[in-house]
Each structure stands twice: as C-alpha cells, then as structure tokens.
Design a protein around this ligand. Structure first.
Ligand code: FAD
Length: 79
C-alpha cells in the first residue's frame, strides 16, 4: 500500500505497480483551525503548498516551505 498526497516523491515511494493499492489523500483532510490567541494552527494534510500559502497569507501568517506549488503538506512534512 502506497500513501500519496502530492505525488512528487523523488524516489517513487507514493507510487505502486498494478496489483497494489494507492491511497490518494489529496482531497481527504482539509481541516483548518487557527487560534489567533495562541498562534496555533492545526490543519489537514491535503493542502497543496499553493493552497496552504494562500490561506496563510490571507490570515497574515508565513511559514517557509519548498518551492513546488503542487507538493502537498502531507508528503512535504513526511519527507
Ligand atoms: C519541483 C520540486 C521542487 C521542490 N522543492 C523543494 C524545496 O524547495 N524544499 C523542500 O524541502 N522540498 C522540495 N521538494 C521536495 C518535496 O518537498 C518532496 O518531494 C515531498 O515529499 C513531496 O511531497 P508530495 O506530497 O508531493 O509527495 P508524495 O509523493 O505524495 O509523498 C512523499 C512521501 O510522503 C509519503 N506521504 C504522503 N502523504 C503522506 C501522509 N499523509 N502521511 C504519511 N506519509 C505520507 C509518501 O508515501 C511518500 O513517501 C521539491 C519537489 C519538487 C517536485
């Protein structure tokens, strides 16, 4: 079983051959909960970096990330 969010793993670890199972989580976990009092942001792993950075900017927040906008939070954080 291979787990995938953005699908950009350099080593192919989120891909499978034909008789296996790929869990595509790119649309599964989109929670977003920001507490302005504590500064704590909890979010699901399905955001692309473009979506993530767009929402951060709308909230006046910033976090350094990689440059590929279609890498997703799940794969980026795992790696
Ligand atoms: C053009 C380009 C530019 C890049 N630039 C940078 C950069 O500037 N800085 C940087 O740090 N990296 C950079 N990267 C590397 C990128 O961050 C990693 O390849 C990242 O792992 C890709 O994440 P993904 O979600 O697209 O990949 P995926 O292929 O979906 O996942 C990557 C790995 O994480 C696992 N995984 C995925 N989702 C989950 C999950 N929800 N739970 C547990 N495991 C999971 C997968 O099984 C796989 O092993 C770049 C990649 C590309 C293609």
């Amino acid at each position: 079983i291979a787990v995938r969010t953005g699908g950009h793993a350099y080593s192919g670890t989120s891909s499978t051959s034909s008789n296996n199972i790929q869990l595509d989580l790119s649309g599964a976990y989109n929670d977003w909960d920001y507490d302005a009092q504590t500064g704590l942001l909890r979010l699901g792993i399905s955001y692309s970096l473009l979506e993530f950075n767009t929402r951060l900017r709308q909230a006046g927040l910033f976090m350094p990330t990689g440059q590929c906008y279609n890498v997703h939070v799940g794969g980026h954080v795992q790696t």
